[in-house]
Write a protein that binds this ligand. Sequence first.
Ligand code: SF4
Ligand code: SF4
Length: 362
Amino acid sequence: MNVFNAERLKRMEQAMLTCTMCGFCKSVCPSYKEAGWDTSAARGRVILAYGLVQGDLEPDADVIDSLYTCTTCMDCYRRCPSKVDVVGIVEDARKDIVASGRMLPKHAEVVSKVRSDGNPYGERTSVPETLGIEPRNAPLAYFAGCTATYRSKSISQATLSILRKLNEDFTVLDEKCCGSVMGRIGCPDDELVPMMVRNVEHIASLGVETLILSCAGCYRMFKEDYPLHVDVPFRVLHVSEWLAERDLPLQACKKRITYHDPCHLGRHAGVYDAPRQVIMKIPDATLVEMSNNREQSRCCGGGGGVRSAFPDAAKNMASARLQETDADILVTSCPFCVTNLKSANDDEIPIMDLTELVDRLL
Ligand code: SF4
Ligand code: SF4
């Protein structure tokens, strides 16, 4: 273990000093609601980060846990009157923690699997082999992402089925992890950028004009993070945006359907309308909103590396989120949200990805 150096965190010092300690963020922070300690709220994390920068605090186990139970949901930023970039502060703190050799053991396992196998699940079979299709030149490409490929396979299969039913000229990809997991954990850009370059070069080599993605985390990477480091020479759409642009001859479904906004698709990337537009294309269906929705949507609890390192906390946050609806079906647009919400689904409301619902009705 190295000496802790708050090199990256120092860049956020001004943001920390902007915090007035008003505590408004406590009313929305899902990890604070789950844990009940101020150090698990946005405000508490700002104080801890400032202590690390000043050298008044050591990055001991409690400090590290507080910085890693943040789901990076960004709801604190929405609520904050001073617009303190708490996610930026947390993510820079994580980079310094990782650089000092203090990565959480569960995260170290995940990172090791991404490094050796190209995905966080340690799967040795490539994405094309797993999906059962070979990549080829095509104007449209589907980036399934690690979770929809290896764990929530019904989502990648539903997406492929939709593409076939719509007679699209598409390809799958010999994709490797987009880097989202490692980025959220705090791995350095030096390691992430080659992963970005490798994926973009592969996609571009197939003549792809439009890339569609299942996962909100992958989408945020390609849409927001990749262009900071690499030229992305194709259009990037979440599958919900792509579906919203299409005529979909859907069967009727006389159900009350609600939509959970994934934080990395909604607050981080501003995609709120497209998935709702797709649901509203379903004849006889009624879109009913959760108590907190769109910009004010509450986190499912699974993001930011929380589900892998703190599964009980992630499940409790999912349970709180599920209490916000009495709809017949809960739809979301991220395999990771589907998985985490299902983990807490005591009331047994059907929970599915938007692509699974569309495929059933197409
Ligand atoms: S809402 Fe913003 S200013 Fe207020 S305590 Fe939270 S982070 Fe600080
Ligand atoms: S990003 Fe979400 S979990 Fe993290 S401090 Fe802000 S509100 Fe809390």
